[in-house]
Design a protein around this ligand. Structure first.
Ligand SMILES: [Zn+2]
Length: 134
């Protein structure tokens, strides 16, 4: 049985293990499967089915370079997307803890912790001093 499965998978994309896109499709399948089971509408059940069929198609495909390329494109797009999310969430966190002021002399952005009252700020770039309330 194991031998048969091994021979069946030989030369197919899935023989190399689950790539990033396959793992994403699996998660997407589970999420859409749970969500659509609560939605009583015709055809919504086809969404997880379609995702599962695509995942199987990729695993059983003999066109390894094409599947490899799909995964490459997916990895590039998803890492760019994740990078943007982490950038936005870290800048929100910064805004909560710090004031960002611009130096009136040179326009340099300066980060000042909040809640310190009236303080003199010295620009690290041009050494100009200015009064701010943090
Ligand atoms: Zn300055």
């Amino acid at each position: 049985m194991r031998e048969k499965l091994f021979r069946f998978m030989q030369g197919r994309y899935g023989a190399y293990g689950a790539d990033r896109l396959t793992r994403f499709l699996l998660i997407l399948f589970l999420v859409t499967f749970v969500i659509t089971s609560f939605i009583r509408l015709p055809f919504v059940g086809l969404v997880p089915t379609g995702i599962a069929m695509y995942a199987y198609f990729r695993l059983l495909s003999r066109n390894v370079p094409a599947r490899y390329h799909e995964n490459e494109v997916f990895s590039r797009v998803s890492s760019r997307f994740l990078g943007r999310i982490s950038h936005v969430s870290s800048s929100i966190e910064q805004r909560r803890r710090y004031h960002i002021y611009k130096c009136p002399g040179c326009g340099q952005k300066i980060r000042i912790p909040r809640g310190k009252g009236r303080i003199m700020v010295r620009c690290p770039k041009c050494t100009q001093e200015f009064l701010k309330v943090s």
